[in-house]
Write a protein that binds this ligand. Structure first.
Ligand code: PBG
Length: 342
């Protein structure tokens, strides 16, 4: 009797709990995985530009292009074929159209409105998200208008409402205010509702930090020259703060936001987690241009395994609590997911 008892509790059976058991086989790893990345999680940003027959490289974002409108159809078809649920348009406005009040933002035939119409014609099912902010249109590169040397919140709001309305009229599904002015979500909601667009969604860039990670994006839309060395600190959030992020989210939700964005992504995973825990609302990360370029740059140098680093960077957002991710890697990831047997 003694022997089996001893065997059962012998030192050889230590450790009794082996965390590696569940990890030992692929089938088991699949069974125990807590999070998964699917094509449904992806939003793809597309840069559009003026002129004809352009598919321009962006120096600071290898592998990403700006498309002129006549080249957009092919890209929309490609993204649709990958079954990516939604895209986000970002325009590079011709310099001569940039003004101090960013009035091109409210031109019904501006690049974004034209792009929406093209995309809806090619594939009405593809969700379209449009930024609302003035920086692609202002000659000073700020997201709002400048009055008496500062960014005027309330004057900017009037323009943002108009910008949202023309985008909705052109067929945009989701209005995404990225300007960080106070009170814009409520006023945009009112404007949309008053004009019959009760079902146009608002995905608010509720938590947007004043970040150096936007550098390559500003090259892509051509606003870095305009902005020069001025900072957006008077409206974008201070990276030192986190409780403040929860106030931003709460305000935007109360004003009628349907979904919220935290931006940038990877350096702010703690914020994403807090937002999701506190509010339980659809929460998105923007894996911004600087994150893309950092990862892509290292891949191109041969320092990272491309597939592994990209998937790891994206599953982190799911684990933190994201419903989806705005990412320049969307087509790359969708190609792989669509071709995976398991
Ligand atoms: C504009 C806007 C920015 C980004 C999205 N919308 C830049 C900024 O605020 O300066 C950044 C996206 C990226 O870096 O990929 N309001």
């Amino acid at each position: 009797m003694k022997e089996p008892h001893n065997k059962l509790f012998s030192i050889n059976s230590y450790p009794r709990v082996r965390m590696r058991r569940n990890r030992m086989h692929k089938f088991s790893r699949r069974l125990v995985s807590e999070n998964n990345l699917t094509v449904d999680d992806l939003i793809y940003p597309i840069f559009i530009t003026y002129g004809l027959n352009k598919k321009e490289k962006i120096n600071s974002m290898p592998g990403i292009y700006r498309f002129s409108l006549d080249r957009l159809e092919t890209e929309i078809k490609y993204i649709s074929s990958l079954n990516i649920p939604a895209i986000a348009f970002f325009p590079q406005t011709e310099n001569k159209l940039k003004t101090s009040d960013g009035r091109e933002a409210v031109n019904k035939n501006n690049l974004v409105c034209e792009a929406i119409r093209i995309s809806k014609k090619v594939n009405p099912e593809l969700g379209i998200i449009c930024d609302v902010a003035l920086d692609p249109y202002t000659d000073h590169g700020h997201d709002g208008v400048i009055i008496d040397n500062h960014i005027d919140n309330d004057k900017t709001l009037e323009i943002l409402c108009q910008q949202s309305l023309i985008q909705a009229e052109a067929g945009c599904n989701i209005i995404a205010p990225s300007d960080m002015m106070d009170g814009r979500v409520g006023l945009i909601r009112d404007t949309l509702d008053k004009n019959g667009f009760i079902n146009v969604q608002i995905m608010s860039y509720a938590v947007k930090y004043a970040s150096a990670f936007y550098g390559p994006f500003r090259d892509a839309v051509g606003s870095s020259i305009n902005l020069s060395n001025k900072s957006k600190n008077s409206y974008q959030m201070d990276p030192k703060n986190s409780d403040e992020a929860l106030r931003e989210i709460e305000l935007d939700l109360n004003e009628g936001a349907d979904m919220v964005i935290v931006k940038p992504g990877m350096p702010y995973l703690d914020i994403i987690h807090k937002v999701r825990e506190n509010f339980k609302v659809p929460t998105y990360a923007y894996q911004v241009s600087g994150e893309y370029s950092m990862i892509k740059g290292a891949i191109d140098k041969g320092w990272f395994d491309e597939e592994k680093i990209i998937f790891e960077s994206l599953i982190a957002f799911k684990r933190a609590g994201c419903s989806g991710i705005i990412t320049y890697f969307a087509p790359y990831v969708a190609e792989i997911l669509n071709n995976r047997k398991i």
